[in-house]
Design a binder for this molecule. Structure first.
Ligand code: SF4
Ligand code: SF4
Length: 540
């Protein structure tokens, strides 16, 4: 690859604390229907003294500045050790083939760049270009691990300076990608730059113990130790279920007992445990719908079994396997026919696609089927077993597709069929379905709140989704009319809450968000009052 105009690859190794990029709202992609937005705030001096923020003055991790030459050398040594393992079949049998395809065959056509919402929304900043981090990884690998690279360096595209600054900046830039794989979708040779970002993160997590704490210490570690990445214990889960049963009574007048640990049920339903804390009406709506439709299901109260989250997906194969294994083992122990994953994109991808790659034999998907809840919703709606009244949802709606569900798994029509059946004022956002843009919270960004990373997320990665939502509702922006963005994914809902709050979309235009199952229950003709309230509760 030629040096990209405006930023040479070797600048990643610049021995300076000056950031390679300072975000400026004037240079970001313009947003329609908004007059002004909060400016980008620089980090406080105390952070600049303590942490290396020299990529773009933001960080979801906060790597402390190494103090001695020995510490700097150690960072480089461990990085090189991890890089070697990434390309070693014994150490990376899970993703090595795809990684090699991606490092070996890029044609440098840059078709992928315009598909990337981060690159475009940032105002085409070179360090966020999909191929940027991939090219650095490719050059480093060639230089240090191939005979031609060691000998011929620049002649074979293997000339890049490696020092501790490059190591830290490369880690940071791997967390400026949502791993949404929209770039891979348009690449003429199927190269997956999202996978490269994820593999770089894996190197740092598995080899160097560097990962955002929401994904590792307070993510997978807490999940395995306490039972849930939210920190919710088994007792907390049981209390949440009692609360939801009471809430269902208040909203519907129905007394519903939510089944927990029912042996031999048809379905083990696993929610993202974030729903119990932030959006308890979502598991509540599942309970109402499944009860009305006569679905034989159960939840699990086993540690890990009541939380479908698997943050290993975003940065660590070992942690991914540990959590995925527990999910599948719990289903086996309960003797259910299949696992159905609630409204959570990454949990669906992990259980239905990735763990099938990781677990062979009697833990594979052919032995323990796993599927998204969305086709089941459509089966229920289509069957006519529940009387639905679309006029109860007579307000403008649009649909955000989770990348993991729509793009990766190809589940596009079931949710649309449901929405078209129950929402008379539905309109698509553009583009949509498998070509939809990420919400900006993908690959864990929605929950990563260290230092000033939320500012970067709101300004850059959530920007394209903000634009899409405003454009979808452009004919009905009048604030007297509430509007609803459907997001059948817990992490996507986190991003919606974030961007709606930051850009003031509720205050200005009465735009709010929520899940899909709540809308189905809202349309149930025999409920005495609406199930949902069109309101917006900020997390700020
Ligand atoms: S995976 Fe998504 S965010 Fe990452 S480079 Fe590709 S398009 Fe951009
Ligand atoms: S579209 Fe594919 S081949 Fe072209 S630059 Fe991007 S990754 Fe490389």
């Amino acid at each position: 690859m030629k040096e990209q105009k405006g930023l040479a690859f070797n600048r990643l190794a610049a021995l300076t604390d000056e950031p390679l990029l300072k975000l400026d709202t004037k240079k970001l992609m313009p947003l329609p229907y908004l007059d002004a937005e909060p400016p980008v705030k620089p980090p406080p001096e105390s952070w600049l003294e303590k942490y290396d923020l020299s990529l773009d003055w933001h960080s979801p991790v906060g790597v402390p500045k190494p103090k001695t030459e020995q510490e700097k050398a150690e960072l480089v040594r461990r990085f090189l050790s991890g890089l070697g393992k990434l390309f070693d079949p014994q150490n990376n049998w899970t993703f090595l083939k795809i990684l090699r395809l991606t490092t070996d065959y890029c044609m440098r056509c840059q078709t992928c760049s315009e598909a990337c919402h981060v690159f475009v929304a940032s105002g085409h900043q070179e360090i966020y270009r999909p191929t940027y981090r991939s090219e650095i990884l490719r050059r480093l690998y060639r230089q240090y691990f191939t005979p031609s690279g060691k000998l011929l360096k620049s002649l074979v595209g293997a000339d890049i300076e490696l020092n501790y600054k490059l190591v830290i900046r490369l880690m940071e830039v791997s967390y400026r990608c949502n791993v949404c794989r929209r770039c891979a979708q348009v690449c003429p040779v199927g190269i997956d730059n999202g996978l490269i970002a994820r593999e770089i993160r894996k190197l740092f997590s598995q080899e160097m113990g560097i990962a955002p704490k929401e994904l590792y210490a307070k993510g997978t570690r807490q999940h395995l130790k306490v039972g849930s990445s939210t920190g919710m214990s088994v007792g907390g889960f049981k209390e949440a279920i009692e609360f939801i049963e009471e809430d269902i009574g208040d909203r519907t007048g129905r007394k519903i007992k939510i089944p927990v640990d029912k042996k031999g049920a048809d379905i083990l339903l696993i929610h993202n445990a974030g729903e119990y804390l932030s959006w308890p009406e979502n598991p509540g709506a599942f309970a109402v719908l499944f009860d009305a439709a006569g679905i034989d299901y159960t939840l699990s109260s086993e540690p890990v079994g009541y939380d479908g989250v698997n943050y290993g997906l975003f940065c660590d194969d070992v942690e991914l396997a540990r959590i995925g294994l527990r999910h599948v083992q719990i289903a086996k122990k309960l003797g259910v026919r299949k696992i159905v994953v609630g409204e959570c994109g990454h949990a669906t991808k992990t259980l239905c696609v990735i763990t099938d790659r990781v677990f062979p034999g009697d833990l594979s998907i052919s032995e323990i089927p796993r599927e998204s809840c969305l086709p089941l919703f459509w089966e229920i709606v289509k069957s006519g077993v529940i009387k639905l009244d679309p006029s109860r949802n007579n307000f403008p709606t649009t649909l955000h597709d989770s990348c993991n569900i729509a793009r990766l798994m190809g589940i596009v029509m079931p949710q649309r069929n449901v929405v078209k059946a129950i929402c008379p004022q539905f309109r698509e956002m553009t583009p949509n379905g498998a070509r939809n843009y990420c919400c900006g919270g993908g690959s864990g960004f929605a929950i990563m709140n260290e230092l000033n990373f939320p500012q970067w997320r709101k300004k850059v990665s959530e920007r394209m989704k903000t634009k899409q939502i405003l454009e979808a509702f452009r004919d009905c922006l009048d604030p007297s009319q509430p509007k609803y963005v459907i997001a059948a994914c817990s992490n996507c809902k986190g991003a919606m809450r974030d961007l709606i709050g930051h850009y003031g979309l509720w205050d200005k235009y009465r735009i709010t968000y929520g899940g899909l199952v709540e809308l189905i229950v809202n349309a149930m003709a025999d409920l005495p009052k609406p199930f949902i309230e069109l309101e917006f509760i900020s997390n700020e």
